[in-house]
Each structure stands twice: as structure tokens, then as C-alpha cells.
Design a protein around this ligand. Structure first.
Ligand code: NAD
Ligand code: MG
Length: 389
């Protein structure tokens, strides 16, 4: 630990999720560097209470209002402020008292609070990729206007960010996003048609929340990540390449204009990019297992199967079309993934729902924030009508 690092106050949005709990692991191991200021959860009151008792934040939010009294009562002796409801997320994001927002909410729900933190000029540790997929142009412009640094937490984007440190204004020629290929790498539609929820949730290399696990199985995650990268690093679609790398050791690469390629590597463990984002610009010493090349003599790479995993192509098209297309893609995907998780539709239906929704919703070339919200709502309604929810 370097002496010049001062105590940072962290607001963890989505503290009960996979990213949120791992962020708390990082903070637990670095109490002299980080203090928890805010914790938020959707419905998991029990874990939120446990976390609040351990980390003693200034405030917590439980989005599910039916849980308010239970949380309030449990945290009364500790004098922790308790808020409830969706709008409370923005209310606490507006606090002056924290330095870094760890944006770990899943899906479109993360957009509003993250935007609020950006408007406040906070440092954003961005795990919630949907924020940039939906409204990347607006979020990045506001970040610039308010001098809010966005430090990616997504492992691929953290890798690219780390490769860019020290490169000043050297232009990027292209980035190479690595993808594990998910649990169904090499499978064809005749297999995928019968795939069930529990199988799709079993990712070979990463343990993550349900939504991103399904996105990884359909390759939509990589499509969302291409769009996320476009906004984060100010790239054109043709500067972003995806390569399947089943070992998930190279987390992503940047190629510069002299042809040189930089990669960031390590074991697949989200705690590292989380720690990097919280500690940036310092690297914090830790005891995570060190990578062994001897145990990985073969790192392999292959072209994605665009014909089978059509979500990737749909996301690329949406990125190229611009406007509200990625917002529509994201909304339809959230509804379809939710329906798949409830065993309401099959695995291949996820792509069909996204594709039909993209065909239906009117294209808006330069949406305002309100128009993004409208497009999101329309796309959700249409996707739900396809599924007959
Ligand atoms: P998760 O499902 O494990 O956790 C989601 C968190 O968000 C929970 O704390 C939950 O309470 C909260 N939440 C859910 N719906 C909400 C709503 N409507 N309003 C407010 N809060 C809500 O998800 P996760 O895997 O931790 O992923 C979080 C984000 O990070 C996603 O955008 C995901 O794509 C991204 N991400 C995750 C990983 C990973 O390893 N888990 C890796 C890279 C990026
Ligand atoms: Mg990722």
C-alpha cells in the first residue's frame, strides 16, 4: 500500500449482487483505504442489513418498499439512514458525502442513479454496462462536462483501460475484446433449442449474476460490451474486434498505430478490476493467486460463430445504426432474458424476441434522454407482448 493514497468513501449501488459483494470483499481487505458510505439493494433486505451492520455506511437504500420497516428497525441502533423506493437511488446518488460510485446495479435500472453521480462529478467505477449501451452518448458527454472519470469494472474494458495508461494521445488502431464463448461454445442450434435455465447459468470461468450469465451464454454480453467499448474509448464499430478465447486469461487487447499490441492478463477474477477501479490510479497490493504460465501452456483463440450466436450480429448492427437501436436491443434483451430465467421461453427465443423488437420500434437518430426512456418502455412492452407476459 502506498502512503499517498487517502481514504476514499465508496457508494456501492447493487451491494447485494455479484459485483457488489466482491466490492465489499475488496473493501474488507483494505479498510485503511476505503470506507463504505452508501449501500443499495433491490429486494435482499437480509443481506443488506448484514452488510450495513458490518460496514456501517451513512445510508442504505432498499428499493423494495415493503422491506423498509424491517431494514429501518434493524439499523436504528446504528443510526444508519434508511431510504426506500426507486427514486431513493437518485436521492442518495446526489449526496456530496461519497467519492466513488461503484455502479453494480444490473440492467437499465442502473442508468438514472449513475447519471446522477456523473452529474455530481463523482468518480464512477462502472460495472453496469447497460448504462452506456442505452445512452452512451449522453452519459459520456455529461461525464466530460462534469469531469466525472469513468473507470470501467467490466474485465475487458478494465484491461483496455489499463493498456492505455501511459499512452497519452497515441491513437488506438483497434481493440480486441476477448470472449470465453460461454457454456455453449461449439454448440449448434439443434442443441441450443433444448437448453434449460440451469445449464445456461453455468459459466465455465466466471461466477456472476443471473442476467449477465445468460447474456454470456447467448453472446449478447459481448455485443453489449462492444457498444460499451465504443463509448468508453470513443471508437468506430470497425475498430472493435471480438475473438473467442476460452481460457479467459487475456482479458482484452489494444493495438496501436505501429501495430504493437498490449494485453492485460490474469486469472478470471472480478475482484481485480473492481480493486483497480476503486484504487485508481494506485495499484493495491493483494494476496490474490498469481498467474502461472506453466499451468496454461496453451492459450487459444478462434472466430466467434456468428451464425449460431446471432445476438452478436444484432448488437453490431445496432451499434452501427446508432440512435436508439442499442437502447431497444437492451430493453428487448432484458425482457427476453427475464422470461427465459422464468422458463417462459426457450434459449433461441431470446434472439427472436430481440430481433422482432428491433424491427418494430421506430428508429430515432439522435434521442434525448426522455426519448431513450420512451424507447426503452416501448421496446419492453412490445417484447413482453411477443412473449405474452
Ligand atoms: P447481480 O444480479 O448479481 O446483482 C445486481 C444488483 O443490482 C443487486 O444488488 C440487486 O439488488 C440490484 N438490482 C437488481 N435490480 C435492481 C433494480 N431494478 N433496481 C435497483 N437495484 C437493482 O448482478 P451482477 O452480476 O453483480 O451484475 C451487475 C452489473 O455488473 C451488470 O450490469 C453486469 O453486466 C455487470 N458486470 C458483472 C460482472 C460479474 O462478474 N458479475 C462482470 C462484468 C460486468
Ligand atoms: Mg465482461
Amino acid at each position: 500500500m502506498s502512503a499517498e493514497v487517502s481514504l476514499k468513501k465508496i457508494a456501492i449501488f447493487g451491494s447485494t449482487g455479484s459485483i457488489g459483494t466482491q466490492a465489499l470483499d475488496v473493501i474488507r481487505a483494505n479498510r485503511s483505504l476505503f470506507e463504505v458510505e452508501i449501500l443499495t439493494a433491490h429486494t435482499n433486505d437480509e443481506l443488506l442489513i448484514k452488510q450495513a451492520i458490518e460496514f456501517k455506511p451513512n445510508a442504505v437504500v432498499i428499493v423494495d418498499e415493503t422491506k423498509y420497516h424491517k431494514v429501518k428497525e434493524a439499523l436504528l441502533p446504528l443510526e444508519i439512514k434508511v431510504f426506500a423506493g426507486e427514486s431513493a437511488l437518485e436521492e442518495v446518488a446526489d449526496f456530496d458525502s461519497y467519492d466513488v460510485m461503484l455502479a453494480g446495479i444490473v440492467g437499465f435500472a442502473g442508468l438514472k442513479p449513475t447519471l446522477k453521480a456523473v452529474e455530481k462529478g463523482k468518480i464512477i467505477g462502472l460495472a453496469n454496462k447497460e448504462t452506456l449501451v442505452v445512452a452512451g452518448d449522453i452519459v459520456m458527454q455529461k461525464a466530460l462536462d462534469n469531469r466525472a472519470p469513468i473507470i470501467p469494472v467490466d474485465s475487458e474494458h478494465s484491461a483496455i483501460f489499463q493498456c492505455l495508461v501511459g499512452e497519452g494521445r497515441n491513437p488506438i488502431e483497434r481493440i480486441i475484446l476477448t470472449a470465453s464463448g460461454g457454456p455453449f461454445l461449439g454448440r449448434k442450434p439443434n442443441f441450443l433449442v433444448n437448453v434449460k435455465r440451469d445449464h445456461a447459468l453455468q459459466h465455465p470461468n466466471w461466477s456472476m449474476g443471473a442476467k449477465i450469465s445468460i447474456d454470456s451464454a447467448t453472446l449478447m454480453n459481448k455485443g453489449l460490451e462492444m457498444i460499451e467499448a465504443k463509448w468508453l474509448f470513443n471508437l468506430n464499430a470497425d475498430q472493435i474486434e471480438v475473438i473467442i478465447h476460452p481460457q479467459s486469461v487475456i482479458h482484452s487487447m489494444v493495438q496501436f498505430e505501429d501495430g504493437s499490441i498490449k494485453a492485460q492478463m490474469g486469472y478470471p477474477d472480478m475482484k481485480l478490476p473492481i480493486q483497480y477501479a476503486l484504487g485508481f490510479p494506485s495499484r493495491i497490493k493483494n494476496d490474490f493467486p498469481r498467474f502461472s504460465f506453466k499451468k496454461y501452456p496453451n492459450l487459444s483463440f478462434e472466430e466467434p460463430d456468428y451464425k449460431t450466436f446471432r445476438n452478436l450480429g444484432l448488437a453490431i448492427e445496432a451499434m452501427k445504426d446508432g440512435g436508439n437501436r442499442a437502447c431497444v436491443l437492451n430493453a428487448a434483451n432484458e425482457i427476453a432474458v427475464w422470461a427465459f430465467l422464468k422458463n417462459r421461453i426457450g434459449f433461441l427465443d431470446i434472439t427472436a424476441v430481440v430481433e422482432k423488437t428491433l424491427q418494430e420500434i421506430t428508429f430515432i437518430p439522435n434521442p434525448t434522454l426522455d426519448e431513450y426512456f420512451e424507447s426503452d418502455g416501448e421496446a419492453r412492452n412490445f417484447a413482453a407482448s411477443l412473449i405474452k407476459l
